[in-house]
Design a protein around this ligand. Structure first.
Ligand code: AHR
Length: 667
């Protein structure tokens, strides 16, 4: 018996040694498979969840031009009188005068009869409060019009507990009765995430006010009336290959009257006519009646943002179809002209020189250099024969003038089923540049479909743009969805499949991008913010790692001597080399909870380097989350590993995503 046990023990020990010696993965650095497109990993921007207004667009005043459906939404008239706006003969009213400006007809009329100090004023609540920072300068501006100069405005920021955080006084002095812009700045003495802006009126006489605005001075690149720097920095840190804008469903609109029209988003902000944001009323469980698109972040700003963060611009335009989940309104085929002209003009706007009309517009807006637009989306999540009929006309007209612009076209809202099965082959037959596939499914779908592209033909002319994807912890549009570790891990696994098939997939972006913790409609999202801070989800860390270490070429990788695919023994993997940084980059996802001992044999290198770089994202709790209060529960941890021998031997934790970087030019 004793001998038998000894034999078993010897046999088990031998097995362990044998397993340890057997490489799990074999990577051949000299067997290059396909190029990784520089645009491979990018970002999708839509004004959803207060992503633009109330988010990255740093304006702090909500409804600054009184053009919301309810003109005083976001505002309160502050007077001790029970009748709002009337105070001992003084009055405050809203005037609607379309002949003033068809894009911005309403304004505030104030008639003063010497009210006492701080007795009559208006107050703006901001976008779920205003995030104010101690020591920071705030830039206030207002358009005014008056015949006499007897009015004083006291501007003050007040915290949620009623403390004055900063104030200044202005006396408008132009009496031409023409609209003038007045600007002033002041510094805040405390930080508060939920402050409000008060404007107290003093003096007598009449004054009209419009475009009441407050911006922090710490905007991205210090640009006046610009973007929130912390949010842009999060994007820049991803080093995205492209940025798709402005959506999403807002491109289509609930009906065609509220579709996104880029030309209306250029030039002075006071002339950019706001429209309702379709996410205002789309989600019955998360209504946002105060959600409008002011277009402070307009197409010029989108292009500038793309340039700033080194991403290729990918604008998506309406193709003459409103959102098919809503009205599905169609522009008749013989009335597509304005839609097509918008697309032609957009290319000219982005790329034209000073001899072209729209090129000149761009130059006059301060950007002499072209934006070098290479691709254009036509339609978002549109489907059916109506889409193809419209697209064919677009394609013919656009390609006649701009044959090199790649068209990005919708395969509908789902990545399989009848809509997809019709659109996918049809678009490929049309040889469009990209088919745009969307995936909003549960984590198990992402694990199971990490092999989706293994069977795609690598050689076809039409490439895949995985334009919107996010693992849903509960299910699509559930308000209970969380950005937990399981969702991020499943995306990391799915992304190994995209990366391995970089000859098929040339662009991919998580969606949606931003969400305000107090103003969201949709979850999950890549980056969550409040009025002061932004927070990286585990999903963000995954995206950032892929994008930062995307490599330039895929190389051969075997798992137990067979072509690596997805989920073999709960492992998911991909291998790329970067010819610029001279690195081999391996990504491995362990879906199981068990630690794994793996051995990677590297071929095609004269020598293994002595050390390598390891980036780990892991958590034994699949429900783990980052929050604004505890933003670092899941974060990438970087280490140096020491290598000896021929193979890379590693213990991979359960539920982990590991990235290994090795120098390929080791001497
Ligand atoms: O990302 C949120 C929405 O999901 C997008 O607007 C739309 O394209 C998709 O249905």
């Amino acid at each position: 018996m004793k001998q038998f046990i000894q034999l078993i023990a010897f046999f088990l020990a031998f097995q362990c040694i044998a397993q340890k010696q057997e490489p799990t993965f074999k990577v051949n650095v000299s067997q290059v498979q396909s190029e990784v497109s520089p645009t491979m990993w990018g970002i999708f921007f839509e004004d959803i969840n207060m992503g633009a207004d109330g988010g990255i667009y740093a304006e702090l005043v909500k409804n600054r031009s009184f053009e919301f459906f309810k003109p005083l939404m976001g505002w309160k008239i502050t007077s001790p009188n029970t009748l709002q706006g009337f105070y001992l003969g003084s009055e405050i009213t809203i005037v609607n005068q379309p002949e003033k400006a068809s894009t911005n007809p309403r304004y505030l009329h104030v008639n003063l009869m010497n009210p006492n100090a701080k007795s009559l004023g208006i107050s703006n609540e901001g976008f779920r409060g205003m995030g104010i920072k101690k020591g920071l300068r705030y830039d206030f501006s207002v358009f005014y019009r008056q015949k006499t100069a007897h009015t004083v405005l006291v501007i003050e920021l007040v915290s949620s507990s009623g403390q004055v955080l900063g104030q200044t006084k202005i006396s408008p002095n132009d009496t031409s009765n023409e609209w003038r812009k007045l600007e002033t700045s002041f510094t805040a003495n405390e930080t508060d995430a939920k402050a409000k802006l008060n404007i107290w009126f003093e003096g007598n006489g009449e004054i009209d006010l419009d475009m009441i605005s407050l911006f922090p001075s710490d905007t991205w690149k210090g640009r006046k009336e610009g973007l929130r720097a912390d949010m842009v920095q999060m994007l820049a840190d991803m080093k995205p290959g492209f940025i798709r804008f402005p959506g999403g469903c807002i491109v289509e609109g609930h009906d065609l009257s509220v579709r996104y029209q880029w030309k209306k988003t250029l030039g002075p902000i006071e002339n950019r006519k706001l429209i309702v944001n379709r996410w205002n009323y789309e989600m019955a469980h998360r209504l946002a009646p105060d959600y409008f698109q002011t277009f402070g972040l307009g197409f010029m700003e989108y292009f500038q943002l793309a340039e700033d963060i080194g991403a290729e611009p990918l604008p998506i335009l309406n193709c003459g179809m409103a959102c098919q989940f809503n009205s599905g309104e169609l522009a008749p085929l013989n009335q597509l002209e304005p839609y097509i002209q918008d697309a032609l003009d957009l290319i000219e706007f982005a790329n034209g020189d000073s001899t072209t009309f729209w090129g000149k517009v761009r130059i006059n807006l301060g950007h002499p250099k072209p934006f070098n637009l290479k691709m254009l989306g036509v339609g978002n999540e549109n489907w059916g024969t109506q889409y193809i009929e419209r697209l064919e006309i677009f394609k013919e007209k656009l390609q006649a003038i701009y044959p090199n612009i790649k068209l990005v076209c919708s395969t509908g809202p789902l990545p399989n089923g009848p809509l997809f099965d019709y659109l996918n082959p049809t678009l490929r037959k049309m040889e469009v540049g990209f088919v745009d596939e969307h995936f909003y499914s549960r984590p198990e779908w992402f694990f199971a479909n990490a092999k989706r592209y293994d069977s795609y033909n690598q050689k076809t002319k039409t490439k895949v743009f995985a334009g919107e994807y996010a693992s849903q912890s509960v299910g699509m549009v559930s308000p209970e969805n969380k950005n937990n570790w399981l969702t991020a891990l499943s995306e990391a696994a799915f992304m190994t499949g995209m990366e391995r098939n970089a000859g098929v997939v040339q662009m991919a972006s998580y969606a949606p991008l931003f969400a305000h913790i107090d103003g969201w409609q949709w979850t999950p999202n890549l980056i969550w913010v409040d009025n002061l801070k932004s927070m990286a989800t585990p999903n963000y860390h995954v995206q950032k790692i892929y994008s930062n270490y995307k490599g330039t070429h895929t190389v051969s990788m075997l798992y137990k001597d067979k072509q690596v695919s997805a989920g073999q023994d709960s492992l998911f993997a991909s291998a790329v080399i970067d010819k610029n940084s001279q690195e081999l980059i391996l990504k491995i996802v362990n879906q199981s909870k068990d630690k794994r001992q793996i051995s990677i044999q590297i071929e095609g290198l004269s020598k293994l380097p002595k050390t390598g770089n390891l980036i780990k994202l892991e958590n034994e709790n699949l429900e783990a989350l980052n929050t604004l209060e505890r933003p670092n529960e899941i974060q990438a941890v970087e280490n140096t590993i020491t290598l000896s021998g021929k193979n890379v031997d590693l213990a991979i934790s359960g539920y982990s995503f590991t990235t290994i970087r090795l120098k390929t030019n080791a001497k």
